[in-house]
Design a protein. Structure first.
Length: 216
């Protein structure tokens, strides 16, 4: 999961089965994500994720494990079974830095924002995932199909490579890229036919729309 200053690409998150993974690989996803968070409809058991991760060819998308406020033991339990190339964590910066040091993998921190002042001005991490805040009462901090105001990141001098997430779909991702200035995007709900059920058609449409927008 190399992250240069100008990363461009698409992450398809919340993959739980082989067809969706194959589709994401064939369509040109740069990263694929596996969710290790019980309350999510995309939660995947480590033994299933192990088989999926092994299906990614050399030179294929980076395999990202998503964790919410994880303990070291939770991450260890997954990494003992699944080969991952990076971690996406929902945790404060200091805890994310601890995780990075402890496990020796690149770490992106997910940050929910509601105002420009919420955008981080500094980080010691490998990247940031900038997304909307969850709705009140949500059981999860992301994966809620909720858009942020894309204008909030326009002209932002990001302290690290970043990707835009939250409520992206095939029919709004081009607009989101143009208005936010993002060079990388992350999607879960927007490529599903039902919560947790990925659609090959929507995955292909999303990656095509995003890559066309990056080239525009
Ligand atoms: O996908 C989930 O279920 C999930 C659970 C807990 C934390 C994050 C989760 N998903 C991430 O949230 C954003 C936005 O997702 P969406 O496209 O709005 O569904 C993205 O980074 C997902 O990977």
């Amino acid at each position: 999961m190399a992250m240069g200053a100008n990363i461009t690409g698409v992450k398809i998150c919340g993959i739980t089965e082989a067809v969706a993974l194959d589709t994401a690989i064939e369509a040109g996803a740069r990263w694929v994500g596996f969710v290790f968070f019980g309350p999510s409809p995309r939660n995947v058991a480590p033994d299933v994720a192990k088989m999926l991760a092994a299906q990614v060819p050399d030179g294929g998308p980076g395999r990202i494990g998503l964790f919410v406020k994880p303990t070291d033991a939770e991450i260890t339990r997954v990494l003992d079974t699944v080969t991952l190339d990076g971690l996406q964590v929902y945790a404060p910066e200091a805890r994310a830095m601890e995780i990075r040091a402890r496990f020796g993998l690149p770490v992106w921190r997910a940050v929910g924002i509601a105002a420009r002042s919420d955008l981080p001005s500094a980080t010691g991490l490998d990247g940031l995932v900038i997304e909307s805040r969850p709705p009140a009462g949500s059981t999860r901090p992301g994966g809620n199909a909720r858009c942020l105001d894309w204008g909030l990141t326009e002209g932002w001098r990001a302290p690290a490579p970043w990707m835009l997430a939250g409520g992206l779909k095939p029919d709004n991702v081009a607009d989101a890229i143009m208005r936010s200035g993002a060079r990388a995007v992350d999607v879960s709900s927007g490529v599903e036919s039902a919560p947790g059920v990925k659609s090959a058609t929507l995955i292909r449409a999303f990656i095509t729309a995003a890559m066309n927008a990056f080239r525009a």
